[in-house]
Design a protein around this ligand. Structure first.
Ligand code: SF4
Ligand code: SF4
Length: 660
């Protein structure tokens, strides 16, 4: 293909983006009969115009250039007829008002369909051999590949940018961020240009941009606590399309398949057009107070998780290589027999989800996102001790949970406290050689819980507090008191305690059983594995690679810190049990202050759900509860700065002779 021809196509692409942007902006303001007619005519003409060239290039040597032009003329005429009929009908009926839905749907369909047609034509021109082969071998692949190419991606991205620029004066700063991010993510689509540098560069760039956008969204929701209901719907649809886009990039890298990414881009464009074609829609409607809408908040958390999940998976396959990483997930092929395939499907689902949610790049991405919210929390926290603990928590996440086990130590299972996160089979199968590192892990953690309380784990070393204690997620503690099931779990009700006992007992049983089977496997007495995966390791994958996130995402229903309140984290249970006998407690400087305190703010501040502080402070001047993991929200909530932490440091200080 000659350079000039190529430049000519690029100019046509820019023209197309310009014209389609005009159609979108015109349709956005089209209210009267004539404006509606012109909108339909513009959109239909554009569609009709491209049908001729597509047939001409898709069936080379079947029709002449003139034939192609005739087909376009006929198509444009035929497509305009329905619009004319509606127009005449409106004129005769003198119907000024008409539901805008049809016009918006028609324009949205035309914009996307025209871009697909244009991309098919231009790809057939630029790369006739490959695309004709695709057309003859698999029509769907022919279409998806064209959608994933820069002819579609850049044109769509450009249209979004142009229309946003023309709508800028009508958009709030928040809407500008949301829509400009959407347009940018469309333009930096990794599938657009088949060059390795573009692919890798845009994968990391789009991942970084999406992560920054999520942080912005969390902080916006935390500060605003409400938004217009239409914007709430838009945000969910947007997250759905981002999750689909990330899943699409994952399947494209691993399987070379464009289906999901192509459909995701079409959905993303439809979502965008639902706002661009509907003037003022995003800033209209009732207010949605997300903190009191369990369903919206749950969907928000779920969709954010899906997008992050596939983003982490994409980074993992890029870093470790697609086949190496997919092999490490342990997923197995279907056998073809229906019954056994059900078991394989369940196993593959859990092992795939767990291997990605426990993988280094997912944890890094989550760490950047949640860590940023923790930094915002540090900036707004009054107490130095709490700020230091939050800083330690971030450092522990980066070094102890990610860097050491994933990038520095090749086989951490032999190292106490490092290779046995959550105190079970994260290091692999349970065997006699690991007795010492495991025993030392429990010993070290137990001693720390005796001296500093279980906050050494549940508010410092575990990865969970980084997820729970950032600004946005911490504010979700409000669900502790709003949803009935959350109240049962967080308010230490009789029912809540029964749930806690049943869950923790089931987890211990599963742990001990799987460790025993794993040991017998390693000694050669048994040969029991989950499709080749060690039972002890499988329990770890299920509890912390899947269940932990399921409990986290259902926070609007189960309340905050579900890992503590449901009792399923045996590691937290162990450390909290030990801390009962330890030194850590909350103390008040002046119990009388609590007597006269009218607000008792400390009682409603705890994300775990502890609310007995005021009573205990008045009675004994201190509060000690194994469910208190020293988060410090109550310390910060006390208007009189009356509460302080007490642990080994204060005990030693108390033993030291006082200076005269
Ligand atoms: S209960 Fe378990 S998962 Fe939750 S913070 Fe404590 S150690 Fe972490
Ligand atoms: S600790 Fe502070 S907020 Fe809580 S009851 Fe005492 S004075 Fe009130």
């Amino acid at each position: 293909m000659y350079l000039l021809e190529y430049i000519f196509l690029l100019i046509l692409m820019l023209l197309m983006a310009g014209v389609m942007s005009f159609v979108i902006l015109y349709a956005r303001k089209a209210t009267n009969i004539l404006q509606r007619l012109l909108t339909y005519v513009f959109a239909s003409m554009m569609t009709g115009m491209l049908i001729g060239p597509l047939i001409y290039f898709a069936l080379p040597d079947s029709i002449s250039t003139a034939g192609g032009a005739e087909i376009s003329l006929v198509s444009m005429t035929v497509l305009v007829i329905p619009a004319l009929i509606v127009f005449m009908n409106d004129v005769l009926a003198q119907r000024q008002e008409r539901s805008r839905f049809y016009m918006q749907a028609y324009v949205a369909f035309s914009v996307i369909f025209d871009e697909i047609l244009m991309s098919l034509v231009f790809n057939l021109v630029v790369n006739p051999q490959d695309y004709l082969n695709l057309l003859h071998s698999n029509l769907f692949s022919f279409v998806w590949t064209a959608i994933a190419s820069y002819w579609f991606v850049f044109t769509m991205g450009l249209e979004m940018l142009i229309t946003i620029l023309f709508m800028l004066s009508e958009l709030s700063s928040h809407l500008r961020v949301v829509l400009l991010t959407q347009a940018s993510l469309m333009i930096i689509m990794p599938t657009a240009i088949m060059i390795y540098a573009w692919k890798i560069g845009t994968i990391y760039l789009s991942g970084a941009l999406m992560t920054v956008f999520f942080i912005y969204l969390f902080e916006y929701l935390y500060r605003k606590q409400s938004m217009k209901v239409h914007l709430g719907v838009y945000v969910l649809l947007l997250l759905l399309s981002y999750g689909a886009m990330m899943a699409g990039i994952f399947f494209w890298i691993v399987m070379g398949n464009y289906t999901v990414i192509a459909l995701a881009m079409v959905v993303n464009m439809l979502v965008y057009l639902s706002a661009a074609l509907n003037r003022g829609w995003l800033s209209s409607g009732k207010s949605l107070y997300w903190i009191s809408s369990k369903n919206w908040s749950f969907l928000f958390l779920l969709l954010v998780f899906v997008a992050e999940f596939f983003m982490g998976a994409v980074f993992d396959v890029i870093y470790y290589g697609a086949s190496a990483f997919m092999q490490s997930t342990g997923i197995i092929m279907f056998s073809g027999s229906f019954i056994s395939d059900i078991g394989i499907a369940v196993f593959d689902f859990f092992t795939f989800v767990a291997h990605i949610s426990l993988s280094p790049w997912f944890l890094i991405m989550m760490g950047v996102e949640m860590g940023s919210l923790v930094v915002f929390k540090i900036r707004s926290t009054r107490e130095l001790e709490t700020r230091i603990r939050l800083g330690l928590m971030l450092a522990a996440y980066a070094v102890y949970s990610v860097f050491l086990p994933s990038f520095l130590i090749s086989n951490p299972s032999g190292i106490p406290f490092v290779g046995w996160t959550m105190g079970i089979g994260s290091g692999g199968a349970f065997s006699l050689v690991f007795i010492v590192p495991i025993a030392l892990t429990y010993l070290i953690s137990g001693i720390l819980s005796l001296l500093f309380g279980s906050r050494q784990l549940c508010s410092t070393f575990c990865t969970a507090p980084v997820m729970y204690q950032g600004t946005f997620y911490d504010s979700m503690k409000k669900f502790n008191g709003s949803s009935p099931s959350a109240k049962v779990l967080t308010r230490q009700t009789r029912k809540g305690e029964i749930v806690y006992r049943i869950v923790s007992l089931s987890v211990y049983t599963a742990l001990i059983l799987s460790a025993a089977v794993s040991l017998l496997d390693s000694l050669g007495y048994l040969n029991f594995y989950f499709y080749g995966t060690d039972p002890s390791y499988m329990v770890y994958l299920f509890l912390f690679g899947f269940l932990w996130y399921a409990v986290f995402i259902t926070m609007p229903f189960l309340g905050s810190y579900g890992c503590i309140n449901t009792g399923y984290c045996h590691w937290g249970n162990f450390n909290r049990f030990i801390s009962r006998f330890g030194l850590f407690r909350l103390k008040v400087r002046d119990p009388m202050q609590c007597v006269s305190c009218t607000t008792k703010d400390c009682a409603s501040a705890c994300p775990v759900g502890n609310y007995g502080q005021p009573g205990k402070f008045i009675q004994t001047g201190e509060y000690k509860d194994s469910r208190c993991v020293g988060i410090g929200d109550c310390v910060g909530a006390c208007p009189y700065e009356n509460i302080f932490y007490y642990d080994i440091r204060h005990w030693i200080k108390g033993k030291l002779p006082r200076k005269p």
